[in-house]
Write a protein that binds this ligand. Structure first.
Ligand code: PMT
Length: 218
C-alpha cells in the first residue's frame, strides 16, 4: 500500500519510444509500448507525487492524476525534460541513440532499379538522462538498462557513466518480459547493492519500485 510515500515530491518520468524521422513518411523507432513507464507514473501518482509523464507515441491512455507531455523525437523529449523541475527523474523511455543526419523534405524516391542498396547516415542523439544528471539541480536519478547479455555488468556501467542513483536493469532478449510485455522482471542496481525482483505485472513491479525509490530517496 504505497499512498503518501512520495507526497509533496515532483516526479518526472520518460516513457515509450522515440521516433526519428527519415523523411515526411518514414521514421526509425523501437518496440517500446510505454507500459513500464505508464505503470510507474500511475504508481507515483498513487503515492502522492506530482507526476509528469513525458511520453513518446504510445497507444496507452494517461493514468489518473498524471500530467502527460507528448513528444516524438529524442530531441523533443530532451527539451521537455529540461523544462521540468524534478525531485526524482525516472528514465523509462526507449530513446533512440541515433537519428538520421538530415530529414529529407520530400519522401525519398526509390532509386532506379540499378541501385540495389541505399545508405542512411545516422548521428548520435543527446543522452537525455545523462544530461539531466549533469544539470545544476540534479534530481534523484533512476535509469533503466535494456540489455540482452551481461545484464548486471552493463547496467552497473550505466549507473556510473550516466551518474545515476539507481538503475533498473531488464533482459530485453526475452519475450515474456521487457519490451511490450505486460510483465517484467528486473535487477535493481545501486552503488552498494543489486537485487533481483522476479517476474510480475508491470503495475505490481511499479508499486515495488516506488517503495524502493521512496526509501532510497530519503
Ligand atoms: O515500454 P515497454 O514496452 O513497457 O518496455 C519497457 C522498456 C523495456 C522500454 C523499459 O523497461 C526499459 O528498459 N527502458 C529503457 C530502454 C533503453 O533505452 O535502455 P538503454 O539501456 O538503451 O538506456 C539506458 C538509460 O538511458 C535509460 O534510462 C534510457 O531512458 C536512457 N537514455 C538512453 C539513450 C538516450 N539517448 N537518452 C536516454 O535518456
Amino acid at each position: 500500500f504505497s499512498s503518501g510515500l512520495l507526497s509533496g515530491l515532483d516526479v518526472v518520468i520518460t516513457a515509450g519510444p522515440t521516433r526519428e524521422a527519415i523523411d515526411p513518411v518514414r521514421y526509425i523507432s523501437n518496440h517500446s509500448s510505454g507500459k513500464m513507464g505508464y505503470a510507474l507514473a500511475q504508481a507515483c501518482a498513487e503515492a502522492g507525487a506530482r507526476t509528469r509523464l513525458i511520453s513518446g507515441p504510445t497507444r496507452l491512455s494517461c493514468p489518473a492524476n498524471v500530467e502527460r507531455i507528448d513528444v516524438v523525437s529524442a530531441q523533443d523529449m530532451l527539451e521537455a525534460a529540461l523544462a521540468c523541475k524534478a525531485d526524482i527523474f525516472i528514465g523509462a523511455a526507449a530513446v533512440a541513440d541515433y537519428r538520421p543526419e538530415t530529414i529529407a523534405a520530400q519522401k525519398i524516391k526509390k532509386q532506379g532499379s540499378d541501385s540495389a542498396s541505399t545508405t542512411l547516415t545516422l548521428v548520435q542523439n543527446p543522452d537525455i538522462i545523462a544530461t539531466i544528471a549533469a544539470g545544476t539541480h540534479k534530481p534523484f536519478m533512476v535509469g533503466f538498462a535494456a540489455e540482452t547479455e551481461n545484464i548486471v555488468d552493463y547496467a552497473r556501467n550505466k549507473l556510473i557513466k550516466k551518474r545515476l542513483d539507481l538503475v533498473i536493469a531488464n533482459d530485453v532478449s526475452r519475450h515474456d518480459i521487457g519490451f511490450n510485455s505486460d510483465d517484467n522482471a528486473v535487477t535493481l542496481i545501486s552503488a552498494a547493492s543489486e537485487e533481483y525482483l522476479e517476474p510480475r505485472s508491470k503495475y505490481q513491479l511499479a508499486l515495488e519500485l516506488v517503495r524502493r525509490i521512496a526509501i532510497a530517496y530519503r
